[in-house]
Design a protein around this ligand. Structure first.
Ligand code: C5P
Length: 409
């Protein structure tokens, strides 16, 4: 039995929140309700108190409230339903002056948010930016459904069925519980981002990798109890700052710097996850000053490239190899083609697994969902993870934990 906090904010869809509470109770969990003041105009105190047989938390400081963060502390899962546009903004900004946002802010439990609002508000750039921020922090935001809206209009913004919200939330609780401490006592090194190979002081050869998938894996491993070291190549500072406390970050620029940092850090590790997009080639020489065009001719310079070391293959075939090595391969093409590339890479690189990452329009790079097939060293599919980068990370970390546990036996 888990303790679930259902946070209710002030939208017309609040009338469906009692069904979410009931579904959680039916699954055997203990439910507390936190409500914003505005939400009580839609569903009142007596409804909540009748359903949960306990007071509804509305006031931050009030009689009988031992401590304002007590709900945050006892929560194993928080479900915000419905989440208005206003409350999404408050959650994204880290407000703490109502019981719902305070509880989310102060808790380290998984959070599921089910927005409901008029389409124009849902699609507004401000709301979309808030949702993106929340997702980057690992909050599970359930996309609203399309259909009739409270205003009488029709479009996207409707609260999904409350039974479905409860199902998604309870599934998340399950997978969170499974991953808890599964990597306790392990050290995991994750490389992330994309290397930049300098041409001159202002130019480089680079790639599109944002580092998000690698950071999601690092966060999931840390949440599973591992001690995590991230070697970050050119990742936005804001993404690195959102990593769980305790994750050690080494920033690098080029492939050669990444190799040096990795060799230094991988020796005592239990696992290496090499998500970084490492440039295969670098300019043979880096000009010390900015390269100038010669206005008297149409000639363009020729940049000679040389091969970078294959860091993954070197570590996987070397003396300092951790017991578990996972590589990534971003491929485009048909299913058949990418599986063949992946199998070939799995064999060549010497990794235990290759995460075959299909990239292309709206999948793979940046802030988009991912579709990863896990190939073992002989090219067989050992798992498939589709979803947000956090969901993919949780699946992979679960697999890594069982692989390491099996090695022990
Ligand atoms: O051969 P390809 O670049 O597709 O292989 C991808 C995998 O190899 C990734 O895990 C990447 O981090 C790693 N890699 C590497 N050193 C390179 C190129 C790729 O470690 N020079």
């Amino acid at each position: 039995m888990a303790t679930i906090v259902v946070g209710v904010t002030g939208g017309v869809a609040a009338f469906k929140a009692p069904i979410v509470v009931r579904e959680c109770q039916r699954a055997g969990h203990d439910v507390y309700v936190a409500a914003t003041r505005a939400s009580l105009d839609f569903v009142g105190r007596s409804t909540w108190e009748g359903i949960t047989s306990r007071p509804v938390a509305v006031d931050i400081a009030g009689e009988g409230r031992a401590e304002h963060v007590e709900l945050a502390r006892v929560a194993d899962l928080i479900i915000v339903v419905p989440a208005t546009a206003h409350s999404l903004a408050r959650l994204a900004a880290g407000f703490a002056d109502d019981m719902v946002s305070l509880t989310v802010l102060a808790s380290d439990a998984p959070v599921v948010v089910a927005p409901a609002m008029h389409s124009n508000m849902w699609l507004a750039p401000a709301t979309q930016a808030n949702v993106k921020t929340l997702r980057e922090r690992g909050v599970h935001v359930i996309d609203p459904a399309s259909g009739a809206l409270g205003s009488g209009d029709s479009g996207v913004g409707r609260l999904p069925e409350p039974e479905e919200i409860a199902r998604v939330a309870l599934e998340l609780l399950d997978s969170h519980n499974q991953s808890l401490q599964a990597l306790a006592g392990r050290t995991v090194v994750v490389t992330a981002g994309g290397t930049r190979e300098p041409i001159d002081p202002v130019r480089f050869l680079g790639n599109q990798s944002s580092g998000r998938q690698g950071l999601a894996i690092a966060s999931a491993a840390a949440r599973a109890g591992a001690s995590v070291r991230v070697i970050a190549a050119n990742i936005e500072s804001a993404l690195l700052e959102a990593l769980p406390t305790g994750v050690q970050v080494t920033r690098v620029g080029s492939a050669l710097q990444m190799r040096e940092a990795l060799i230094d850090q991988v020796a005592d590790a239990d696992a290496l996850v090499m998500t970084a997009a490492v440039a295969d080639f670098r300019p043979e020489a880096t000009s010390e000053s900015k390269m100038k065009k010669d206005p008297s001719t149409e000639d363009a310079p020729t940049i000679r490239l040389v091969r970078n070391p294959d860091i993954l293959a070197e570590v996987a075939h070397g003396d300092q190899r951790p017991p578990l090595v996972v590589g990534f391969a971003a491929e485009t093409g048909t299913d058949e083609e990418i599986l063949a590339y992946g199998a070939d890479k799995a064999a060549r690189k010497g990794a235990d697994f290759i995460c075959l990452n299909r990239v292309g329009e709206s999948v793979g790079f940046g802030d988009v969902p991912n579709d990863i097939r896990l190939l073992d060293a002989s090219g067989h599919i050992a798992g498939r993870y589709v979803g947000s980068k956090d969901e993919v990370a949780a699946g992979l970390v679960g697999h890594m934990a069982s692989f390491l546990d099996n090695l022990k036996r």
